[in-house]
Design a protein around this ligand. Structure first.
Ligand code: TRP
Length: 338
């Protein structure tokens, strides 16, 4: 795959996921592969954001708790090394909750309602009159996450930009209150990998849309899903010219094929006509089987050692608590609390 690290080193990196389901290859292309590279020369923490997940899953808390371990398994199977990356559970760091409470006093509700990410999420979830206060305020809690770890880089999708911006505004307010630089600014590190489409080609890949290839998928699932991928409905005969844009199989090859020159050649032949979908799909299947076989094997091995995974999570959470202490104390002091 590509180099996502941009040669970065010495940064304090915070990134996170809501534990609401196992990860898929869209996560791998988007952020997971990047994290595996960034962990080598930076101080990276990955937060399993269970409190944030509860802001729209309070009716189904088991969904959140049962996915914490799954998420940790996905990280480890994909190559996150707990000796290099701290994996921490948000709810195990009560300092984050207290920071959120304090930050909430600095953010007008109108500002949260205007946040474009939150606005579209509220619409998508159809909360209507039942918008949970916790959901509206999760960007404040995320600002607590980012600032508590003194993160200067946040690798995430473009949708997270307004959240990083809010976090910076809060940090600046705190610095002004404290009369010194207590909290640094953070920058979004946006992955250059384009959003991976789902196998249906209609939306981005997501488990809830049922169009995802999961990291834990078995070879048979992978084969079935690759052969169900949307290509180009206008490409009826092999001899017809085919479309590369919007073609899911090419999106997969672009994301994961280790031979980009060969993919460029296939695109040319596909556009010209004379290249059948089956040839492409066979190649995509081989690429994805090779990609996922070692991840699946590691995941299975690790899943049989749930006790060990829990220990890794506990140790990471304890270490993260240590890391956030100084910022937590300084923010308390900025608010006149001892
Ligand atoms: N909002 C992020 C998501 O939905 C998850 C998240 C929580 C996060 N805390 C974070 C991401 C801190 C980056 C930094 O994916």
């Amino acid at each position: 795959m590509f180099d996502h690290t941009h040669g970065l080193s010495g940064h304090r990196i915070l990134t996170g996921d809501r534990p609401t389901g196992p990860l898929h290859i869209g996560h791998l292309a988007g952020t997971l592969a990047g994290r595996v590279q960034l962990q080598v020369r930076n101080r990276q923490t990955i937060l399993i954001a269970d409190l944030q997940a509860l802001t729209d899953n309070a009716g189904n808390p088991a969904k959140v708790s049962s996915n914490v371990l799954e998420l940790a398994l996905d990280y480890l199977a994909a190559g996150i090394d707990p000796a290099q990356t701290t994996i921490a559970l948000q709810s195990g760091i009560p300092e984050l909750a207290e920071l959120s409470t304090l930050y909430m006093n600095l953010v007008p509700v109108s500002r949260l309602l205007r946040n474009p990410t939150i606005k579209s999420e509220i619409e998508a979830r159809g909360f209507g009159d039942s918008l949970p206060a916790g959901f509206l305020c999760y960007p404040v809690s995320q600002a607590a996450d980012i600032t508590a770890f003194c993160a200067d880089l946040v690798p995430a999708g473009a949708d997270q930009a307004p959240l990083v911006e809010l976090s910076n505004e809060i940090a600046m307010r705190i610095n002004r209150m404290a009369g010194e630089e207590v909290l640094p600014r953070a920058e979004l590190l946006q992955s250059h990998a384009p959003r991976l489409p789902g196998i249906d080609g209609r939306r981005k890949m997501s488990k809830s849309a049922g169009n995802a290839i999961m990291l834990s998928d078995e070879p048979d699932d992978i084969r079935r899903k690759v052969f169900a991928m949307y290509t180009d409905h206008g490409h009826l005969r092999v001899s017809d010219p085919g479309k590369v844009e919007g073609n899911v199989v090419f999106a997969m090859l672009d994301a994961f094929d280790l031979e980009p020159e060969a993919v460029a050649d296939l695109k040319e032949r596909y556009r010209a006509g004379g290249l059948g979908d089956m040839v492409l799909k066979r190649r995509a299947e081989a690429v994805l089987q090779d990609l996922l076989a070692p991840i699946r094997a590691r995941r299975k091995m690790l899943a049989s050692e749930a006790g060990e995974i829990r220990k890794i999570l506990e140790a990471g959470t304890a270490a993260a608590r240590e890391t956030v202490q100084p910022q937590h104390s300084r923010v308390r002091r900025a608010f006149g609390l001892a």
